[in-house]
Design a protein around this ligand. Structure first.
Ligand code: GLA
Length: 497
């Protein structure tokens, strides 16, 4: 989704008669060869400044603005929920140009020049005609939920060639590859401008995409890339708008194996009723490229994507907004996926977003809940941490092979929530070999004793129970299983006759 930003512009003293009213465009070098554009419409009345700011074609009203003693001060709140998202800019007005230094919360500081522009310049480009709907043939990939790593959660805009190579090395050395984590996925901010023929290029952080793909392949891994059907990605980089087939060919020529395709600015151009056709266009383009590429739909669950994601050739589709590395986010996302679990099938998976395990914002119990829940949900397991510096505890969570086996169970039967009492949730998933995976989750703030009766699973008698986090057989248990479950934690067992 859009970065939540606040703007705070400061200009040095200027002549009293200066009136800043009008449209401005701030063109700021990002340090990787790109220029990020933000638009302002300033309306000056005495010392008061009102108006709007556009970031990625998204218009937000200025909530606070003044022009006093030659200093312009503008605050725009993009998020009412997160006051931490503050950006601060300092600048000088030289002639009719504002020289600004903007401190964004989620990006490197940007230094740029705001110039006067026109109202037309802030408008998004036209909606492109969309194709008639048809079913895109299945690409045959991702028969079990994709496993790998994605750069966004940990690196965001700081991902580069060196980091990706280092993560690929660590994927092998840590044992992650052998545990099943195969994809090394570069998320947003790799993009550069288009060349004279309209071909997308990578920016300075990624000097040679083909060489990087070759390197990742040499490690026995696969590599993924990222784009948007809009003119800009969510971080404001070049999207695939109007270049869909051309970009698919470029990714194929570079040797990519996976595309995450993120709605972002497409939302300002297309209607939600266009979603399926817009994603189908890229699904077709990937197939036509001739290189097998996993197709990852990222549109936050808009338009009930689980109902049509497979028809556009999607191998996975995001079902929610972005995850964050905190318990409330994990909980809100993870425990609201049960109702759509049955839409997942071999080759086509619900994606409740990438893992935060090892990023430091949650406890080990919470991360075990994350891993257990995602595995019961048959969610893609895309690690989002820095694999080069993983603790032993993080490794033990990400590489619990018994838990991974639930996620990857070839039968792909959906999980069911069989009980929810206050903050206590029990979810079960039938596995291929007549084993049941049972997760006892405690969302509460205190430890709790939880029980599951075999009759709740349609079973009876004595069943063999194995605790997948303790890695321990608990022997044959009659009638029901009880366990003490820590706050925000889980006890995950398999049961079988
Ligand atoms: C959106 C997506 C994220 C990430 C960022 C990149 O917010 O949902 O997963 O790809 O864009 O800008």
């Amino acid at each position: 989704m859009l970065l939540a930003l606040s703007f705070f512009l400061v200009a040095l003293p200027v002549a009293a008669q200066t009136d800043l009213s009008g449209f401005w465009v701030l063109s700021a070098p990002t340090g990787d060869g790109n220029f990020m554009k933000s638009f302002f419409e300033l309306k000056q009345s005495g010392e008061q400044i009102t108006g709007s700011v556009w970031v990625d074609y998204d218009k937000t009203a200025i909530s606070e603005g003044s022009f006093r003693d030659g200093k312009l001060h503008v605050v725009v709140k993009f998020s009412s929920q997160d006051p931490q998202q503050q950006a601060v800019a300092d600048g000088t007005l030289e002639g009719d140009k504002l020289h600004l230094t903007v401190h964004f919360p989620d990006r490197d500081t940007v230094v740029g020049i705001a110039e006067r522009t026109t109202a037309e310049a802030v408008a998004p480009p036209a909606r492109l005609p969309v194709p008639e709907l048809h079913d895109v043939p299945d690409n045959g990939l991702a028969r079990t939920p994709p496993m790998g790593w994605n750069s966004w959660n940990k690196f965001a805009g700081k991902v580069d060639d060196v980091a990706v190579r280092g993560v690929a090395d660590a994927m092998v050395e840590s044992g992650m590859r052998d545990a099943g984590y195969i994809y090394i996925n570069i998320d947003d901010t790799w993009e550069g401008p288009r060349d004279a023929e309209g071909n997308i290029t990578s920016n300075r952080k990624f000097p040679d995409m083909k060489a990087l793909a070759d390197y990742v392949h040499s490690k026995g891994l696969k590599i993924g890339i990222y784009s948007s059907p809009g003119p800009q990605t969510c971080a404001g980089y070049e999207g695939s708008y109007g270049h869909e087939a051309q970009d698919a060919k470029t990714y194929a020529a570079w040797g990519f194996d996976y595309l995450k395709y993120d709605w972002c600015s497409a939302g300002r151009i297309y209607k939600n009723s266009d979603l399926q056709a817009v994603y189908q266009k890229m699904g077709d383009a990937l197939l036509a490229s001739g290189r097998p590429m996993v197709f990852s739909l990222c549109e936050y669950g808009l338009g009930d994507v689980w109902k049509w994601g497979a028809k556009v050739g999607g191998n996975l589709w995001r079902t929610t907004d972005d995850i964050e590395d905190r318990w409330k986010s994990l909980e809100e996302i993870g425990f609201h996926q049960f109702d759509i679990a049955s839409y997942a099938q071999a080759g086509h998976w619900n994606d409740p977003d990438m893992l935060e395990i090892g990023n430091g914002g949650m406890s080990a119990d919470e991360y075990r809940t994350h891993m257990s829940l995602w595995s019961l949900l048959a969610a893609p397991l895309l690690a989002g941490n820095d694999l080069r510096t993983m603790s032993e505890e993080t490794k033990s969570i990400l590489m619990n092979k018994e838990v991974i086996a639930i996620d990857q169970d070839p039968k792909a039967q959906p999980v069911k929530r069989i009980s929810e009492q206050g903050s206590l949730v029990i979810a079960v998933r039938p596995l291929q070999d007549k084993t049941w995976a049972v997760g006892l989750f405690n969302r509460g703030d205190a430890a709790a004793k939880m029980s599951v009766a075999w009759s709740d699973l349609g079973l009876h008698g004595k069943l063999q129970v194995r605790d997948l986090w303790a890695h321990k057989d608990l022997g044959k248990v009659a009638n029901q299983f009880s366990a003490d479950v820590p706050s925000h934690g889980v006890v995950l067992v398999t049961v079988k006759h």
